[in-house]
Design a protein around this ligand. Structure first.
Ligand SMILES: Cc1ncc(COP(=O)(O)O)c(C=O)c1O
Length: 378
């Protein structure tokens, strides 16, 4: 079996997730999809939201499910009303999908987009934030852990810093949920999004969002689907929930939601194995193994790091390293500079090798990775 070191792409699903999904699909094939949905209604309408609420430390009514993290993010962000008088703060670690959305919002509204500067070590300059925040900063967007490197941004501290101000605070937790403790209450954000398939080890095609009351109060979703709205006459309709589920679409893959629920329960049952010291240790082993090779450069900004290590090698391009490691039974991935473009462009990185161990990896996996990497690079 290959050694999987690509959790930042998609984690390995535990047996409980596979069983929940295949069990659901079998039922759908035997009994029909709508009949199966009725059978699992308790989980689909209630249990999965309660489990997500426990994982994110968030109120149930503020949670919505989507088919990706990006869908959750865009479903909420596109409802924001901003004008050319507003300023939006992003960071050099912003995910490219979010940048596309900000760029489009600026084209349509003239809103100003400003990038929070970094300290020489790569940490966000929180003093700059403290001294420059004003009433006209209406949105602040921070990734907890970016796509292209393992820095952990201090989202709780930023939340405290922003608390006295009226701005909406948005946190992309796609790469952190499942590997770091994530508490919406401690962060104090208005939006937090994530994907099921990464460090939570759920299925592809699942994403979620915490959409807080402050954001919901001003948001104008362009559409409400039939799980939350009814036509009350030929030309009027009524939305019968104020909850974050207003942002969802009604149709979804039942098996995927059942798989997400199983992943959340698995995570809740085994939190010490997936959060904190264990993952950090594996990360340190990877970092040490890469760091001792003369022709490699770690892309490792910041003072706090999650279980994602990226590096470039001046002898072997990242894609070839990925393919050769794969041929030797070690699965790593290529982080595209264009996915975290502001930071990676500044670092001059188009492609980097990304190694992201999780609770299922042991020191012996990292030893094999290190041995094969040395053999390839020579
Ligand atoms: C930091 C970050 N944000 C957002 C996303 C988007 O997630 P999704 O592909 O589920 O839309 C990714 C995906 O890799 C990511 O790494």
């Amino acid at each position: 079996m290959p050694i999987h070191l690509n959790t930042a792409g998609a984690g390995l699903m535990p047996a409980a997730v596979v069983d929940a999904m295949t069990g659901c699909l079998r039922r759908e094939a035997l009994d029909g999809a709508y009949e199966t949905e009725t059978r699992y209604a308790d989980t689909l309408e209630k249990g999965v939201y309660e489990n997500l609420a426990s994982v994110l430390d968030a109120p149930v009514e503020d949670l919505a499910l989507f088919d990706s993290a990006t869908r959750g993010w865009t479903s909420a962000v596109t409802t924001l009303s901003v004008t050319s008088r507003d300023r939006i703060w992003i960071t050099p670690y912003e995910y490219a999908g979010s940048l596309i959305l900000w760029t489009e919002l600026r084209r349509r509204t003239g809103v100003r987009i400003e990038v929070v500067p970094l300290l020489p070590c790569g940490d966000l300059d929180l003093d700059w934030m403290r001294s420059n925040i004003r009433e006209d900063v209406t949105v602040v967007s921070v990734p907890h852990v970016p796509s292209g490197c393992g820095i952990v941004n201090p989202v709780e501290e930023i939340g405290q810093l922003l608390a006295p101000w009226p701005c909406l605070y948005l946190v992309d937790a796609c790469q952190s949920v499942g590997q770091l403790p994530v508490s919406v209450r401690d962060i104090g954000c208005d939006l937090l999004t994530g994907a099921g398939r990464k460090f939570l080890c759920g299925p592809r095609g699942t994403g979620f969002a915490y959409i807080g009351p402050r954001l919901r109060a001003t948001a104008r979703p362009p559409f409400h689907d039939l799980h939350v709205a009814d036509m009350t006459s030929n030309d009027t309709y009524e939305v019968h929930t104020g909850s974050a589920r207003r942002f969802e679409y009604a149709e979804r893959a039942t098996a995927a939601v059942m798989g997400l629920d199983a992943a959340l329960r698995h995570h809740l049952r085994h939190p010490p194995a997936v959060c904190g010291p264990f993952g950090e240790t594996m990360r340190d082993f990877v970092r040490a193994a890469v760091g001792e090779l003369p022709s490699t450069r770690l892309i490792d900004p910041g003072t706090r790091h999650a279980s994602i290590v990226t590096f470039v090698c001046d002898r072997v391009p990242a894609r070839r390293l990925r393919d050769e490691l794969s041929a030797r039974g070690v699965a790593v991935w290529v982080a595209q500079g264009s996915h975290t473009p502001l930071f990676m462009r500044q670092e001059g990185v188009e492609h980097a090798v990304r190694v992201s161990p999780h609770y299922y990896n042991g020191a012996e996996d990292i030893d094999v990775f290190a041995r094969e990497l040395r053999a390839i690079i020579g």
